[in-house]
Design a protein around this ligand. Structure first.
Ligand SMILES: Cc1cc2nc3c(=O)[nH]c(=O)nc-3n(C[C@H](O)[C@H](O)[C@H](O)COP(=O)(O)OP(=O)(O)OC[C@H]3O[C@@H](n4cnc5c(N)ncnc54)[C@H](O)[C@@H]3O)c2cc1C
Ligand SMILES: Cc1ncc(C[n+]2csc(CCOP(=O)(O)OP(=O)(O)O)c2C)c(N)n1
Ligand SMILES: [Mg+2]
Length: 585
């Protein structure tokens, strides 16, 4: 926020402003209070005008960080996240962050400066065609070269970013458009209302068919996805599950959409899901997919996926229906609205026999769980995550990076509330956690925020430690340090004859790295030191880094090898890995 910040009457009397001022005035009008960015020549007029507007700008250390911060802000708050960068390398540095948001349907507006319209297309200094580059990874993008078009473009970008299936939108503004003046009229720049997609009508016949299938099913399972959180349909899903006594399996991005402690919650499905969840899906006679897109990490081989089940798919994006899995009853529309129409048709069912079958199939799973192994001096990631869960009471916002630690987080941190797990699912972007956690902290300043990252991923964006220090924010950082690019090492162990090519990883002394940024830190090597270290991090008023030296060659179980059916899992071995069939509980 600039030193001369005064509340801008962005939606009052039309006034003549520069294009740069219009950018900020429009953002204020859209309710933006925080942006994440990095300046440069082509966006300097916008930076120059910042001081006049009540917006907090966080200076990042790399524009990828700005995009992940905007993304983390959006995931934690449900609002649109905003990032800003200059032309050329500033804009291209955003691309990984934009693609991350696109693959997980996150509402974001990215503003970039570009060279003046007179030199566009001449390979001018720091000119790239960022609208061309981001075309496949944005929901929409704009190149604006007239001052009078800026307000309408930004307002339209917000509408597109948050409507129907959310996603990132980029607005590229030439420098001369920023420098020119125009009449700013916030109301006049309002986009036309969104017209519903012609296919997005909830048809009476579809609702009746879905209700019939639910009434007659013997072994139904709800597949709960990220769309529940995006639609705000947590209550409706809970009502459906409780009224019809249907167990709920969650995707990675759905975790938190249905309370982990609820008796009908089965846990995570898919490649690293719990074995009983995947078996239940394979045995099911009705899948009710809610705001999830049958990602390949969720289905295993599609030809053998839940072949005995009829499928109902409630989904806002028509392109997702019948894309990977053949659907019997599609219900197109906003999940909450569809469920509100469906619920009056659903009456009580007796689900006891099916729930008992699933419960029995858990068998000796608990015995295989590393969390329950006696303390033989080994520190496992599962211990670390379990203790962070226990000590935070399950109430923290956890922002993970990508790899083994991400899967252990999903298995051992039990999320009760939506928006408490922030993770890159679709793109699987290493380096996401630290910057996304900064964004989440700005969105939820009073909440406890933890980063759980690997020793590999943290090094991709660790310069953002300086951002944490400059902003003076409290984030706890847990590094699961196994000395490897662990998830890749695991694949090498299982499928490449333990040829650990380019996966052993030398890291800096992370505690010294934190110290160099004025951030406190501790290295933890044993189970006894674990809980006191977590308590110490929480008790400290500033950011705190914990470097957990965990077992180096541990693997994530269960695992479905690519090409296998959902029930053909590799389980945690006694001696050797074993492939499990549907008969092996
Ligand atoms: C190393 C690694 C391992 C992984 N392993 C697993 C695993 O074992 N299990 C697993 O589940 N995932 C796993 N993932 C994540 C996986 O890749 C996908 O990101 C995830 O399964 C997608 O979950 P989703 O379909 O719920 O969410 P999204 O991909 O976000 O899809 C949400 C769907 O909801 C729809 N939607 C959005 N808003 C609404 C609305 N208002 N109304 C209705 N519909 C709406 C969207 O159109 C979209 O189709 C893994 C990722 C990584 C990086
Ligand atoms: C930007 C990026 N590059 C490469 C990968 C491929 N990849 C997935 S997991 C992983 C290893 C992660 O190692 P680390 O951060 O140490 O976490 P661990 O698996 O050890 O918990 C790699 C290299 C990726 N997901 N993202
Ligand atoms: Mg590692």
């Amino acid at each position: 926020m600039g030193t001369n910040a005064t509340p801008q009457a962005s939606n009052s009397t039309p006034t003549r402003l520069t294009g740069a001022e219009i950018v900020w005035a429009t953002l204020v009008g859209e309710g933006v209070t925080d942006v994440f960015g990095y300046p440069g020549g082509a966006i300097l007029p916008v930076y120059d005008a910042l001081r006049k507007f009540p917006i907090h700008h966080t200076l990042v250390r790399h524009e990828q960080g700005a995009a992940h911060m905007a993304d983390g802000y959006a995931r934690a708050s449900g609002k649109v996240g905003v990032c800003i960068a200059t032309s050329g390398p500033g804009a291209t540095n955003l691309v990984t962050g934009i693609a991350t948001a696109m693959l997980d349907s996150i509402p974001m507006v990215c503003i970039t400066g570009n060279v003046s319209s007179k030199v566009l297309g001449t390979d001018a200094f720091q000119e790239v065609d960022i609208t061309g580059i981001t075309l496949p990874v944005t929901k929409h993008n704009f190149l604006i070269n007239r001052t009078e078009d800026i307000a309408a473009a930004i307002r339209y970008a917000f509408q597109i970013a948050k409507s129907a299936r959310p996603g990132p939108v980029l607005v590229d503004i030439t420098k001369d458009a920023q420098q020119g003046t125009a009449i700013f009229d916030f109301e006049a720049a309002k986009p036309r209302p969104v017209r519903p997609h012609p296919m997005r009508t909830i048809e009476e016949s579809g609702l009746a068919q879905a209700a019939d299938l639910i009434r007659n099913a013997q072994r139904p399972v709800i597949l709960a996805g990220h769309g529940i959180i995006e639609s705000g349909a947590m209550e409706q899903i809970r009502t459906l599950a409780e009224r019809a006594q249907i167990p709920v399996a969650l995707t990675l991005l759905g975790l938190g959409a249905f309370p982990a402690s609820h008796p009908l919650n089965l846990g995570m499905m898919g490649m690293h899901g719990e074995s009983w969840v995947n078996h239940a899906i394979q045995e099911s006679d009705l899948l009710i997919a809610c705001g999830m897109r049958f990602d390949d990490r969720v289905t295993g081989t599609v030809a053998t996926y839940a072949t005995k089940a009829k499928k109902i798919h409630i989904e806002v994006d028509p392109a997702e229906v019948n894309k990977n899995i053949k659907i019997d009853v599609p219900l197109l529309g906003d999940l909450r609205e569809v469920l509100e129409e469906l619920l009056p048709r659903i009456s009580g069912r007796d689900g006891a026999a099916w729930l008992k079958t699933i419960s029995d199939s858990k068998g000796a799973s608990a015995v295989r769980d590393i969390k329950n192994l006696p303390d033989l001096g080994h520190l496992y990631a599962a211990h670390v995550i379990h203790d962070i869960w226990r000590i935070t009471g399950g109430n923290a916002i956890i922002v993970t990076d990508v790899g083994q630690h991400q899967m252990w987080e999903a298995q051992y941190y039990h999320h009760e509330q939506p928006r408490t797990l922030i993770t890159s699912g679709g793109l699987g972007t290493m380096g996401f956690a630290l910057p996304a956690a900064i964004g989440a902290k700005f969105a939820c300043r009073s909440k406890e925020v933890w980063v759980i990252a690997g020793d590999g991923g943290i090094q991709m964006t660790s310069p953002e430690l300086a951002t944490i220090a400059q902003e003076g924010i409290k984030i706890n950082i847990a590094i699961i340090n196994n000395g490897y690019l662990g998830m890749v090492r695991q694949w090498q162990e299982f499928f490449y004859e333990k040829n650990y090519e380019c996966t052993p990883l030398l890291s800096p002394d992370f505690v010294k790295l934190a110290d160099a940024h004025g951030i406190r830190g501790l290295t933890v090597r044993t189970r006894q030191e674990l809980a006191p270290a977590v308590e110490a991090a929480r008790a400290h008023s500033g950011a705190f880094l914990l470097n957990f030296m965990v077992e180096k060659e541990d693997s994530v179980y269960p695992m479905i090898p690519v090409g296998n059916a959902l029930h053909e899992m590799i389980r945690r071995p006694d001696q050797n890995p074993l492939i499990e069939s549907s008969n092996d509980k």
